[in-house]
Ligand binder design. Structure first.
Ligand code: JFZ
Length: 466
């Protein structure tokens, strides 16, 4: 007879294969509270820790002006145009009457994401401008009620993603330039908003209603909060909201921008464990080194804006983006790469090209990224390293070579374990190990097979370091 734990596990495995796990309430493993329990945390973070690569989508009314207002280019990131050009609410609202993304094809977006090799997407359900991309009873200012398009955008996208095994996640801004309970922070800017006297409870109730609707309607696996920095939002508010959401969906993953623990653009939570949130959120940067025992995700743009801007052509190269995915994985984090679709509903072609190029690299080398752990080495001058523990207890190192050594030998500084195998990940060509002593060296082919990053696999006995 199966023991009950096995049975629960079996049911969960079957359920997750069928995509049902989210509708199940996962049994509590221990007496600690769900939010703090380390076993629960490890269980709910598992898919996220293995994913390593996601796609961010910033989409909203700001895609219509696309960085220009009254004939002038507005500086800074496109989704901030309402604040940057100081557009009155009544005027900005009118953009909704023009929002009709007839070319939006959720299957096409999900296919682009799939071909890039991302394991999850995070899309703006409501950005700072307050406009909602989902149907909600909490405000008329949403795509169903306020636009000629008149249909929910998130539900069909969630479905298209799940069909392809991609996790669906949503961004939600706490700061809201449109909601009547908040007011502009100064004459020239909405940011940072103030809360109107006595109206905070009303706004918190509004958020809770919307987030409940979102969970019921689209069942996101991550809630990615943002806009938490206005002074009226407190860590206690973050904790209360965290507990509310955890109660609604025990497996939900929530970023650290729900509370006040984030340290600026570096994005990681202050050390004392007092703050809410399941993972840190560095923005437009990858930490200099790995961070032991910390869950984090670097979000980054492909050009210089999150929301679509018609005149931003400052694209990062596909090589840079692939190396950023590798760099992030080598430090134990996830890479969340942004696209800003147009008002018509198209992911800009330069973004699609880059996603497909990343996907071609991932299709061959994905094993060296997904489900890997941070490098055990202090420095790898030729590139980066990720690792996995093999079922037989050996350690597999993935050496990502960015600079092909002139002398044809790849030195692995500080590796003391016995090497049992070395080969190129692409094609499996065996490589000669030149020394098994203090600094092993692997003989390489004379020309670099993949100029973006060539992965050399080295299997060693035992585990490395602590
Ligand atoms: C925030 C948003 O304002 C932005 O529009 C975008 O959605 C991005 C992913 O997140 O950007 C921030 C947040 C915090 C800081 C800077 C930009 N910060 O603390 O310096």
């Amino acid at each position: 007879m199966m023991n009950p734990r096995r049975l629960v596990l079996g049911v969960l495995v079957v359920a997750s294969v069928l995509g049902l796990a989210d509708s199940l309430v996962i049994a509590q493993c221990c007496s600690c509270s769900a939010a703090q329990c380390p076993t629960d945390r490890d269980a709910r973070m598992q898919w996220w820790r293995e994913a390593r690569f996601g796609m961010f989508i910033h989409w909203g009314l700001y895609a219509i002006p696309a960085g220009r207002w009254q004939g002038k280019a507005v500086p800074n990131i496109g989704e901030w145009i309402m604040d940057q050009a100081n557009i009155p609410v009544a005027e900005y609202e009118k953009l909704a009457e023009q929002f009709n993304p007839v070319k939006f094809n959720p299957d096409e977006w999900a296919e682009i994401a799939k071909s890039a090799g991302v394991k999850y997407i995070v899309i703006t359900s409501k950005h700072h401008d307050g406009f909602c991309l989902f149907g909600t009873k909490a405000t008329k200012y949403n795509v169903v009620d306020a636009t000629p398009y008149g249909k929910d955008l998130l539900k069909p996208l969630a479905e298209a993603c799940r069909k392809r095994g991609i996790r669906f996640c949503t961004y939600y801004s706490i700061m809201d330039w449109h909601h009547p309970a908040q007011e502009r922070g100064s004459d020239k800017h909405y940011n940072p908003t103030k809360i109107k006297p006595g109206r905070k409870a009303e706004y918190v109730a509004f958020m809770k209603q919307q987030l409940k609707e979102l969970l019921e309607g689209c069942n996101p696996d991550v809630l990615w909060f943002d806009g938490e920095w206005p002074d009226w939002w407190t860590e206690a508010d973050g904790k209360d909201l965290y507990a509310y959401l955890r109660g609604l969906k025990p497996s939900l993953i929530i970023n650290n921008r729900i509370g006040k623990g984030r340290k600026g653009m570096e994005g990681l939570s202050k050390d004392d464990q007092q703050y809410s949130g399941d993972f840190g959120t560095p923005e437009q940067q990858i930490p200099a080194t790995g961070l032991a025992g910390v869950d984090w995700e670097s979000c980054m743009t492909m050009n210089d804006t999150w929301g679509f801007k018609s005149d931003d052509h400052n694209w990062k190269s596909a090589e840079t983006l692939v190396r950023n995915v590798i760099d992030t994985a080598s430090k134990g984090g996830n890479y969340l790469l942004n696209v800003g679709p147009t008002a018509e509903g198209l992911i800009p072609e330069p973004s699609v090209e880059r996603l497909r190029a990343i996907g071609r690299w991932m299709a061959v080398n994905g094993e060296s990224i997904y489900g890997t752990q941070a490098s055990p080495f202090k420095a790898t001058p030729w590139g980066r390293c990720t690792r996995k523990t093999l079922p037989d207890g050996k350690t597999r190192l993935y050496l990502h070579v960015f600079q092909w050594p002139q002398n044809g030998e790849l030195a692995i500084p500080g590796l003391a374990n016995r090497i049992v195998d070395a080969f190129l990940l692409d094609g499996g060509k065996k490589l000669e190990v030149k020394s098994h002593h203090a600094e092993p060296r692997i003989a390489l082919p004379s020309t670099m097979p993949d100029k973006t990053a060539t992965v050399v696999v080295v299997d060693v006995e035992g585990t490395i370091g602590g």
